[in-house]
Ligand binder design. Structure first.
Ligand code: GLN
Length: 242
């Protein structure tokens, strides 16, 4: 074969690979550092890198759609997105409507208050106001264990943790309940402190619409490969390293 032909064929293969590789729309809620957040106008974080890495080994492209956390499952159900990755806990209720990949992270719920305030864990009792993000496991825990039982009078639900955090700093709520890894990150970067942990033993999974076995198998295969190659521990170092 002539050299020119070889070069031409090489280009054709690269182009065809790019042009025909499938693009999946990936929903997230980019208010959850270090899993997903916005930096210099880009969606970055552990989950963002993880789904890109899975796409790379499985041969698909990723297009990120940012939305409120409680819109993610409806968006999967209606086909607006193909995949959801958002530090999403695998729960029995969610498993009724979507399918989850193998777990890739674990978390509990932390209670945060404004830095240098006098609050302790008793902030979860009585007349205090506790902020949560709508539809999260933090919301569910506070609703089921504190509000329904009458232990706590007020829960304030926010569409985004950004608003919940602002409300806490402005003194509109006395505490916020949220996932421990994210609370720890906020405690390093914002004027807030952790005053307690609620052990909930949650596991994060990547969600697809119920019954989308082909995509789920691909994600699990990619996840296993990304783990085995050491890329996953590199991501852990990148986003959680000291
Ligand atoms: N892990 C929690 C949940 O699944 C919170 C996720 C989030 O706010 N991104 O409900």
């Amino acid at each position: 074969m002539k050299r020119m032909t070889v070069v031409f064929l090489a280009f054709l293969f690269v182009f065809a690979g790019f042009a025909f590789s499938k693009t999946y729309i990936v929903g997230t809620s980019a208010d959850f550092p270090p899993f997903e957040y916005v930096q210099n106008g880009r969606y970055v974080g552990f989950d963002m890198d993880l789904i890109q890495a899975i796409g790379k080994v499985e041969g698909f492209q990723v297009e990120i759609r940012d939305m409120s956390f409680d819109s993610l499952i409806p968006a999967l159900k209606s086909g607006i997105i193909d995949i959801a990755i958002a530090g999403m806990t695998i729960t029995p209720d969610r498993l009724q409507v979507v399918d989850f990949s193998d777990p890739y992270w674990s978390a509990d719920q932390d209670v945060i208050v404004k830095k240098n305030s006098d609050y302790n864990l008793a902030v979860l009792f009585g007349n205090n106001k506790v902020g949560v993000q709508t539809g999260t496991t933090g919301d569910l825990w506070v609703s089921d264990n504190l509000i329904k039982t009458g232990i706590l009078k007020h829960i304030v639900r926010y569409e985004s943790f950004i608003y919940a955090l602002q409300a806490l700093i402005n003194g509109e709520v006395n505490a916020v309940v949220l996932d421990s890894p994210v609370a720890q990150r906020f405690a390093q970067t914002q004027p807030v402190s952790i005053v307690g942990v609620i052990i909930t033993n949650e596991n994060y999974g990547i969600a697809v619409n119920k019954g989308n076995k082909t995509l789920l198998d691909m994600i699990n295969d990619g996840l296993a490969k990304v783990k085995a190659s050491g890329q996953l521990s590199q991501l852990v170092d990148k986003y959680f390293g000291k």
